[in-house]
Write a protein that binds this ligand. Structure first.
Ligand code: FES
Length: 305
């Protein structure tokens, strides 16, 4: 679709129907490098009677890929993949007007959402931002499908810049805000909405890429309070990966830092927050952290596990 984005369409290998789903849903692929979630894309609403005949995804090749996006880009026609049934951490609020804000490949769940909103005749506004026009997947299909409801923003054309303050000031009383994109965009939208007085329960978000390893990451220790066991988390590995490898049973879902499920109390130590789900005050207090993406600023964290 672009120099980095590839579209993939899957059907069931036995020719049967695939499981149905609601807009915003994703499926998890079991890949050789681990599990990866990709959002389902629909330009036609998925019918409630029976599942769809195919699943469509768009995958961006990540420069810091740990193997997931590269694997998806290497698949050939006829290859098989194993996926879990659809899950949805990013559902639409029924019958509520919507402001959709997508950044880059974060467009994928938003397409199904806009499709469903248009089909239900629920008012919505749709903003899609990207680096350049040619880097934005589905640009022409979206313009054809959603016309005036769609506004495109290109980083290399300053006159099209996305003005979040202005957008936040325009949010209607019943309107819900949905944002999907990189961490910087989600943080900026959340902050603009908070400043404009939009209640946090009307701002919904999904982080598109996982908190990438940052240069300068160093190893740190994690002590499991219940057992006293100490684990070392090296750069490039998450707390969850290391603890699970060591036999600790943990609850998690998104593994990207946006669903909130892996929130863990900190008994001692200083976290380095990399999620988008904790509030600014929770981050400043430093008493909880999302162990799927966040790291440590201190040499050791003692976690209430
Ligand atoms: S598993 Fe979703 S925030 Fe950690």
């Amino acid at each position: 679709m672009t120099d980095k984005v590839r579209e993939l369409v899957f059907v069931r290998s036995d020719g049967g129907e695939l499981a149905g789903y609601a807009p915003g849903a994703h499926v998890k692929f079991q890949l050789p490098s681990g599990e990866r979630s990709y959002s389902l894309i629909d330009f036609k609403p998925v019918s409630g009677d029976g599942g769809p005949g195919e699943y469509r995804f768009a995958v961006q090749l990540e420069m810091q890929s740990t193997g997931g996006s590269q694997h998806m880009h290497d698949l050939a026609v006829g290859d098989e993949a194993v996926v879990s049934p659809p899950g949805n951490d990013f559902p639409l609020v029924p019958n509520a007007p919507a402001l959709l804000i997508a950044g880059g490949i974060g467009i994928t769940p938003m397409i199904s959402m806009a499709t469903a909103l248009a089909f239900a005749a629920t008012p919505f506004r749709f903003h899609y931002a990207g680096r350049t026009s040619s880097a934005m997947a589905y640009r022409d299909e979206l313009a054809a499908a959603f016309g005036d409801q769609l506004t495109l923003h290109f980083d290399d054309q300053p006159d099209t810049a996305l003005n979040l303050q202005k957008l936040a000031a325009s949010v209607g009383e019943d309107e819900h805000v949905y944002v999907c994109g990189p961490k910087g965009m989600i943080d900026a939208v959340k902050s603009a909405m908070e400043t404009a007085g939009i209640a946090a329960d009307r701002v919904h978000f999904e982080l598109f890429t996982s908190a990438a390893e940052q240069s300068g990451d160093v190893a740190f220790e994690v002590e499991v309070h219940a057992t006293g066991e100490v684990f070392t988390v090296p750069p490039g590995k998450t707390i969850i990966e290391v603890l699970e490898d060591g036999g600790v049973d943990l609850i998690h879902d998104c593994l990207r830092g946006d669903c909130g499920i892996c929130k863990t109390d900190i008994i001692d130590g200083v976290p380095d927050h990399r999620d988008v789900v904790l509030s600014d005050s929770e981050k400043a207090e430093g008493k909880v952290m999302q162990i799927c993406v966040s790291r440590a600023k201190s040499a050791r964290l003692v976690l209430d596990l």
